[in-house]
Ligand binder design. Sequence first.
Ligand SMILES: Nc1nc2c(ncn2[C@@H]2O[C@H](COP(=O)(O)OP(=O)(O)OP(=O)(O)O)[C@@H](O)[C@H]2O)c(=O)[nH]1
Ligand SMILES: C[S@@+](CC[C@H](N)C(=O)[O-])C[C@H]1O[C@@H](n2cnc3c(N)ncnc32)[C@H](O)[C@@H]1O
Ligand code: SF4
Ligand code: SF4
Length: 323
Amino acid sequence: MLLDGFGRKHDYLRVSVTERCNFRCQYCMPEKPFSWVPKENLLSYEDLFKFIKIGIDEGIKKVRITGGEPLLRDDLDYFIKLISDYKNDIDLALTTNGFLLPQMAQKLKDSGLKRINISLDTLNQERAMKIAQKDVLPTVLDGISKAKNVGLKIKINCVPLKNINDIDIIDVLDFCKEEGFTVRYIEFMENSFAKSGAKGLKADEILNIIKTKYPNIKKVPRDTSSPAQYYMLEDGYEFGIIEPHKDDFCSSCNRIRLTAEGFLIPCLYFEDAMSIKDAIRANDIEKATQILKKVLQNKPEKNKWSTKDDNKVSSRAFYETGG
Ligand SMILES: Nc1nc2c(ncn2[C@@H]2O[C@H](COP(=O)(O)OP(=O)(O)OP(=O)(O)O)[C@@H](O)[C@H]2O)c(=O)[nH]1
Ligand SMILES: C[S@@+](CC[C@H](N)C(=O)[O-])C[C@H]1O[C@@H](n2cnc3c(N)ncnc32)[C@H](O)[C@@H]1O
Ligand code: SF4
Ligand code: SF4
């Protein structure tokens, strides 16, 4: 079992397979980074898989593949199959912007992927273009529909930005309700890579907008293993809000992150990380396991965003950590 220094059991591994992306979302990667991590510094699928096996053998029950845009990395279905064949009952999921799903959805499903979380900030083509800085919406909607048709379980992630897509919150909710998807609104997390001046909506602002159409909203008892607080509409439909500025879910944090370069990141909002790259490349499983346990031992108790100081800005890029 993987326990950290506060006795929290870790059974959720998020693996970023690339930091590259085909979108330039204002809240994440508005400019192409000055340089990408050179390809030779990335861990191969076989090496990432070696580490995932360690995790699974130590008690990891859920693996989420993310990025950058994970579907940009060639042969992702091969990687997913490696994991799925190793342990078929693992909760194997992917977070994607959806753009490459039209051609990938079936392959992903066939390779053993179970769930998919897709980013969808608006159903308005122009505003989608403004956020991603590319005309993405028709292809993303096609991708969502393909993913649904092949039988992948879908959640939608939406980051509402002030004066950009705050007017789309209810549309996105209604779309998800109709399609049978769970939507989670994520508060914009200030970071030094986001477009300057970008402003997110806080949870109560998001809720107030939803209440203009659905006044009777009930809070669902909190599942503290998820960063999302869920709410229920009168008809039973549930949606979530993720408030990264809070830390009430940190006391039951169950997750650890691995970047494409092999850094193990204990907490989304801390700079610390240790590399397992050399150990894994040398096939030194014992050393890689030791590093994993050391990272967990030194994991912070909670994020540093919950203080009253609202001006904190993370210097970690979401496209590097995978969110
Ligand atoms: N503060 C905080 N936010 C998180 C954490 N994990 C995920 N989030 C936020 O939630 C967003 C969406 O996460 P997803 O990639 O969809 O994964 P998930 O929420 O674990 O998905 P499920 O497995 O479906 O519950 C991330 O981009 C983050 O903004 C976390 O550990 N701490
Ligand atoms: C970094 S992306 C990687 C996966 C994929 N490219 C995507 O967009 O779904 C993972 C998640 O992080 C979220 N995200 C990115 N930047 C964010 C920010 N500054 N604040 C809050 N969420 C953010 C995205 O909306 C997405 O749901
Ligand atoms: S949020 Fe996802 S799609 Fe948007 S720029 Fe970041 S990695 Fe790319
Ligand atoms: S902010 Fe850090 S400690 Fe809190 S839930 Fe996320 S990863 Fe865990």
